[in-house]
Design a protein around this ligand. Structure first.
Ligand SMILES: NC(=O)c1ccc[n+]([C@@H]2O[C@H](COP(=O)([O-])OP(=O)(O)OC[C@H]3O[C@@H](n4cnc5c(N)ncnc54)[C@H](O)[C@@H]3O)[C@@H](O)[C@H]2O)c1
Ligand SMILES: O=C(O)C[C@H](O)C(=O)O
Length: 340
């Protein structure tokens, strides 16, 4: 069995069939980066993708030339780093994945990336709002808690904001959570479905282990597990020792999220992914974006799931999360107001 068939085996077996949709163009902005390259590779291996459009401020056409030799059916094109190149890359895109921006170095928080990445995401969001206002926009660039609101504000300013089509990619948090729990319990991570809600940085990442069926993980073991899920990114930043942050696991997580959207667009029911979206769950507390389980449909967000039952410890984690998240979101909104 080919690698692509193994990886997307489920896809091949579904009754609604990959070929039932004529055209699925996926654009990646930041395609030559540490995440962008393996993410582009994984999207090239996805049989649901018909056109792969790769853009970066450097080497977009180079990465595209390389990936285009892979013998799957999709066409691949790399675009020059010019306004017209970017527009052409985005035109007709169904999904736009955005990992453009700088990663952390040891000692930095994700918020320390704000000064550089806010304007990158703002400018790329403007291009998306103009060239592909109806596309699903998947923000990977950190700090996600602020860059997603930045994108929303830009789309609002252009009169094309559709909250059902904007996603902060928090998939890596649940990927990590299922792996870390499986390591503790000696189980298959594929069967560990751990709910993680909130945002994507430190204490805003709230794992809900009580909902996972592992009530035997308690005390220090539980505290260590929660801490490892919240600060898993730091583990990678430290190990890479100044050369960046998670790229390969992130590429897998981004490809999984894009695949879920494509499955939902193809008519599959009950496609559920955690993601950071414009959410009603905590708007009464002034928190306009929140990550929780979301059912995806052909129109993007179909249903936002509640956080469910929390124990006392999880409620205190959630309270800490909401306080930080509110500030992170406000920072993004303020940035666009002051730097339109
Ligand atoms: N959401 C998550 O879970 C998650 C996980 C890992 C990393 N990240 C974030 O993803 C971002 C990228 O990480 P990386 O390791 O790939 O970094 P990287 O530096 O390896 O790659 C970033 C790429 O973006 C490109 N780029 C910069 N400005 C651009 C612009 N205006 N238009 C198009 N391309 C542009 C660069 O040329 C580079 O190729 C970082 O902000 C990182 O913190 C998020
Ligand atoms: O930790 C980082 O800075 C990158 C990313 O957000 C991650 O969770 O790995």
């Amino acid at each position: 069995m080919s690698f692509a068939r193994q990886m997307f085996g489920q896809v091949q077996r579904r009754a609604f069939s990959v070929s039932s949709r004529q055209n699925s163009k996926v654009a990646i902005l930041g395609a030559a980066g540490g995440i962008g390259q393996p993410l582009s590779l994984l999207m090239k291996l996805n049989p649901r993708v018909t056109n792969l459009a790769l853009y970066d401020v450097r080497m977009g056409p180079g990465v595209a030339a390389d990936i285009s030799h892979i013998n799957t059916n999709s066409t691949v094109k790399g675009y020059d780093p010019t306004p017209s190149g970017l527009r052409e890359c985005l035109t007709g895109a169904e999904i736009v994945l955005i990992p453009a921006g700088v990663p952390r170095k040891p000692g930095m928080t994700r918020d320390d990336l704000f000064n550089t990445n806010a304007s990158i995401v703002r400018d790329l969001s403007k291009a998306c709002a103009e060239a592909c206002p109806s596309a699903n926009i998947l923000i990977i660039s950190n700090p996600v808690n602020s860059t997603v609101p930045i994108c929303a504000e830009i789309f609002k300013s252009k009169g094309v904001y559709n909250p059902k089509r904007l996603f902060g990619v928090t998939t890596l948090d649940v990927v990590r959570a299922s792996r870390f729990v499986s390591e503790l319990k000696g189980t298959d991570p594929a069967n560990e479905n751990i709910t993680v809600v909130g945002g994507h940085s430190g204490v805003t990442i709230v794992p809900l282990i009580s909902q996972s069926g592992h009530s035997d993980i308690t005390g220090k073991k539980l505290d260590d597990l929660v801490n490892r899920i919240q600060f898993g990114g730091d583990e990678v930043v430290k190990a890479k020792d100044g050369a960046g942050s998670a790229t390969l696991s992130m590429a897998m997580a981004g490809a999984r999220f894009a695949e879920s959207l494509l499955r939902a667009a193809g008519g599959e029911a009950n496609v559920i992914e955690p993601t950071f979206v414009d959410s009603p769950l905590f708007k009464s507390k002034g928190v306009d974006f929140f990550a929780s389980k979301v059912t995806l449909g052909p129109d993007g967000v179909q249903q936002i799931h509640d956080v469910g039952k929390l124990n006392h410890h999880e409620q205190s984690l959630l309270d800490a999360c909401l306080a930080d998240l509110k500030k992170n979101i406000e920072k993004g909104v303020k940035f666009v107001a002051e730097n339109p």
